[in-house]
Design a protein around this ligand. Structure first.
Ligand code: GTR
Length: 328
């Protein structure tokens, strides 16, 4: 072989190798997904369902393993892992993404949605897609929105009717500037902390109150420590399913499509489970001694003006909010 033909062989080998690198072979993969809720919670079950669809459509080549119950850490921990590409996916509440991906604040704004139907229509529309895409530059592929009902305040000592009743109360909130601002606009003192610390915080009196939806109030057993839940329903901040952009970019397009479609198809499944779970949890907390009381909602809503002034202050956020409000 002449030196010339040797080079040709080497060149040909290189070309083949680089072509292989550009078009990744359809590889078997187990996608790991983090979840802080227990196994029987609707979010956990929805991601498992999504995994079954993917497994079926890839003949078992791609599967999802959901690590539930916070076994991979807090929501913030899992977001960090997903960003780094160490973890494929995580399901978190949008509040956990607020400080990382600004547009996720929009669907968490207080009293934005008039009803569950309004929330579904808005998030299923192009606005919902635009908000999901907004996370890409931060390293996350937003796959789907899941229901989270609405959040209400529960206290150790009393039912509340108006913001005057929560004045000075120490209320635990999610670790988000918007969550802090909402509770402070009511006149309370916001204490951001991870969900896992709230039960003890309530039991020891470190905090007077917290706020969450009925299924979480039930599954965390917070109702044992704070039995007065006042139905402020101040935010319908949805759950969000995010995929690591680093891992996503390594997947062949056909697999990306299978994953995206399965995520979307898990949404109606989740919504059904959620609606059932809200009823079950309401009955369970009441049976466990919780008292649910109505509030003067208009007074809470009126107190939220500073929150809108601070967080809806760019042409983009203003436009998104008015498009959501215009959804019939
Ligand atoms: C729940 C939500 C969790 C978490 C939690 C909290 O409703 O599903 O992801 O954000 O609230 O208050 O920390």
């Amino acid at each position: 072989m002449t030196p010339f033909s040797l080079t040709r062989v080497a060149l040909a080998a290189c070309t083949t190798l680089s072509a292989l690198a550009l078009v990744p072979a359809a590889q078997a993969a187990e996608l790991r997904s983090a979840e802080i809720h227990p196994d029987n919670y609707p979010t956990t079950q929805a991601v498992r369902h999504m995994g079954e669809l993917i497994k079926e459509r890839t003949q078992g080549r791609i599967t999802i393993k959901v690590y539930s119950g916070g076994s991979l850490g807090s929501e913030n921990d899992s977001i960090e892992q997903v960003k780094l590409g160490a973890l494929a996916m995580t399901r978190v509440n949008s509040a956990a993404m607020h400080n990382i991906c600004e547009l996720t604040r929009v669907p968490s704004l207080p009293f934005l949605f008039r009803s569950t139907e309004h929330l579904h229509k808005a998030l299923d529309s192009e606005v919902g897609e635009q908000l999901l895409r907004g996370c890409e530059k931060a390293g996350f592929v937003g796959l789907a929105w899941y229901d989270s009902g609405s959040r209400s305040i529960y206290s150790r000592s009393k039912l509340v009717k108006t913001p005057a009743d929560v004045k000075g109360m120490k209320i635990r909130v999610q670790q988000s500037d918007l969550a802090v601002a909402m509770v402070e606009a009511m006149g309370a003192n916001a204490t951001p902390m991870p969900l896992g610390e709230v039960y003890t915080g309530l039991k020891t009196g470190l905090i007077d109150a917290a706020e969450n939806n009925l299924p979480s109030y039930d599954s965390t057993r917070h109702f044992e420590a704070a039995k007065y839940m006042s139905m402020t329903e101040h935010t319908m901040t949805p759950e969000i399913l995010v995929f690591s952009k680093r891992q996503w970019d390594k997947l062949p397009e056909a697999d990306q499509k299978i994953i995206r479609d399965a995520a979307k198809e898990s949404v109606p499944y989740m919504r059904k489970l959620w609606a059932e779970r809200e009823q079950v949890s309401k009955a369970a907390v009441e049976k466990g001694g919780a008292q649910l009381g109505e509030v003067d909602k208009a007074s809470f809503q009126a107190a939220m003006k500073p929150v809108y002034d601070r967080f809806v202050n760019t042409p983009e956020t203003k436009e998104l909010v008015s498009r959501i409000q215009a959804v019939k």
